[in-house]
Design a protein around this ligand. Structure first.
Ligand code: SF4
Length: 153
């Protein structure tokens, strides 16, 4: 895939790959990519006509999801559970006075970008570009930190 990636000169976060190209590059079916999106693991960039596009960074995240499933033996629910533990209120600039009005802070059993009734939702913030969503590929570190703190407790 590295070879194909370098043929297209673009920044890591420019959404330049269609779903067809992304699925060929990653050997993952377009249906699987749509399913990851329905499940809330993946957010695709949408063009004005509603076409899904992916950046290099998105492709890396998809590979990370595949790796969690194939090698770390996590299922989609397990990956979502890990992602739901990301403290979005610490990562994104979030008004601490609003914490107790935000479902992401109060109920952390869903990824924040799938929750309704959050201050982000009412401000129509773009989750695709949000640093919280962009931290998703770091779930390996998150898992390690959780394992360590569980062992300590
Ligand atoms: S903008 Fe979206 S991804 Fe970012 S903290 Fe808000 S809900 Fe989560």
């Amino acid at each position: 895939m590295e070879q194909m990636k370098t043929h297209i000169k673009s920044n890591i976060n420019d959404p330049v790959f269609t779903i067809g190209v992304a699925s060929k590059m990653l050997s993952v079916s377009p249906e699987t990519l749509r399913m990851y999106e329905r499940e809330g693991l993946l957010i695709s960039y949408r063009t004005r006509t509603g076409r899904r596009m992916y950046s290099h960074e998105d492709l890396d995240w998809i590979l990370c999801i595949r790796n969690q499933i194939k090698h770390k033996k996590l299922n989609l629910a397990g990956i979502k559970r890990l992602l739901s533990l990301l403290p979005c209120w610490e990562i994104s600039p979030c008004d601490s006075n609003k914490h107790f009005e935000c479902n992401a802070f109060l109920i952390n059993d869903k990824v924040c970008w799938q929750l309704d009734n959050t201050p982000c939702r009412s401000k129509k913030l773009d989750c695709y570009k949000c640093p919280v969503y962009r931290m998703a590929p770091k779930i390996d570190n998150l898992k390690m930190e959780l394992d360590i703190s569980l062992r300590k407790s």
